[in-house]
Design a protein around this ligand. Sequence first.
Ligand SMILES: [Cu+2]
Length: 304
Amino acid sequence: MIPVFFKKGSVSRLLTGGVFLFLLTLTSSVMAEERTGNIYGLPPCVTTTGEQVDFIIKIIFWLTGVVFVATQGTYIYYLIRYRRRPGVPAHYSHGNNTLEIIWTTLPTIIFLALAIYSNRVWEEIHRPAPENALTIDVSSYQFGWEMRYPGVTGKLAPMDVRKISPTNRWGTDAEDPSTAQDVISTELVIPVGRPVHLLLHSRDVIHAFYVPEFRLYQDCVPGRTIGWVWFQATRTGNFQIACNQLCGTGHYIMKAPIKVVSEEEYQKWIMPRQQKNAGLPAPSAAASPAKAARLTEKSAENTL
Ligand SMILES: [Cu+2]
């Protein structure tokens, strides 16, 4: 039987809405390129610092879960136990000071402990990048990403954010010989197990470097170098940078592939590019020439 507060046609509208939401859920799972099979939970975590973030998320999830069940359970129990019944007079309660102190002190202690612990993790994540970190300049623009790797010298050409312009995308000095040696790529290729230090830039408006699997989210602000982002991948795989700041009409296509590869594969990818930019002959001692050639050919399509 249809309840009286549903007007004629309401049920069909509700059903249509339900079907629409169901289809939306299905299509979003199809559209989620890297997260098929797990659209409700967290995506897999592939960085060392991400594991620390996940640990806090788990603590908060279980803590709030237990508190939610306990408080709502008590609430429902009292609703039923002390419901209005004929012949049973209502009982007036002014409150209980001991209980008040307990349920005020306990959450205060829990929140303080969480704040102190979270702060420690925050500092750990934002401490300076280790000495052996690979530094990569990441440049965002409407609507895409570009990466700049150090050349054979192992050092990026110096840049100045004030020099960034449509004709000087990186803000580097064209006269500086190291500028031509930098390796430019439209994909982020990084070695597994080695710290990676990112210098985040924007050429126009605010964008956001967002990789859920890295548990990393950082805005790229025009006129600034964001230099405190570093991480270390724990396993190889293919991921994606997705801009997470609504930055214009093409925001939805602003993404770039990330490839976490072994150190050996990374060297096979970076070395020919560094040698080429330095005007040196390509390295000949590849462990697997056929594989290296395939890798080089594939990556070359994405390199400017
Ligand atoms: Cu953007």
